[in-house]
Design a protein around this ligand. Structure first.
Ligand SMILES: *[C@@H]1O[C@H](CO)[C@@H](O)[C@H](O)[C@H]1NC(C)=O
Ligand SMILES: *[C@@H]1O[C@H](CO)[C@@H](O)[C@H](O)[C@H]1NC(C)=O
Length: 138
């Protein structure tokens, strides 16, 4: 949706201001950068299980059956990713969960999944580490 709006805005800019071709090129470059950011997929990321219970760092209350994730500190961005959604793929299955917590022990690009989300992949708690792909939904 966001991307569509940006594309639309960009084409409006194009038809309204064809004289300002230098500015247009700049806009198009920015659009390309945003497109790359939006579609970025984190492949073979370390994904662990965590006991999601109680207060999260985003200020929500966690329940075991919620589809929620803790995200590595770097991508937690001091809380600016709170309440966004990620979609995790593993062995042909995918599952969407909400970012509610910072995972300080996760490696770069790593996530920790609540028991509810973890078991949606048909996993028990052993092994408690898998390697999967994930994207930000927005
Ligand atoms: C995924 O990452 C793990 C751990 O770093 C590594 O052992 C494995 O070979 C990687 N798999 C692929 C397909 O890159
Ligand atoms: C969780 O948050 C609530 C509301 O802010 C607070 O009253 C409670 O003490 C917190 N619990 C823990 C274990 O920190």
């Amino acid at each position: 949706m966001k991307l569509f709006t940006k594309l639309l805005l960009s084409s409006l800019t194009l038809s309204l201001a064809s004289a300002a071709s230098l500015n247009l090129q700049k806009d198009q470059l920015q659009l390309r950068e945003e497109t790359i950011t939006l579609s970025k997929r984190f492949d073979n990321a370390t994904i662990v299980y965590f006991l999601a219970l109680g207060n999260s760092t985003c200020g929500t209350t966690m329940e075991l059956n919620d589809f929620i994730v803790s995200i590595n500190s770097e991508q937690y961005e001091g809380g600016s990713r709170c309440l966004e959604y990620v979609t995790v793929s593993y062995e042909g299955m995918s599952s969407t969960g909400q970012i509610v917590n910072e995972c300080t022990t996760c490696p770069p690009y790593g996530l920790a999944l609540s028991p509810g989300m973890w078991s949606s992949f048909g996993l028990s708690t052993e092994p408690s580490v898998i390697y999967g792909d994930w994207v930000f939904d927005s």
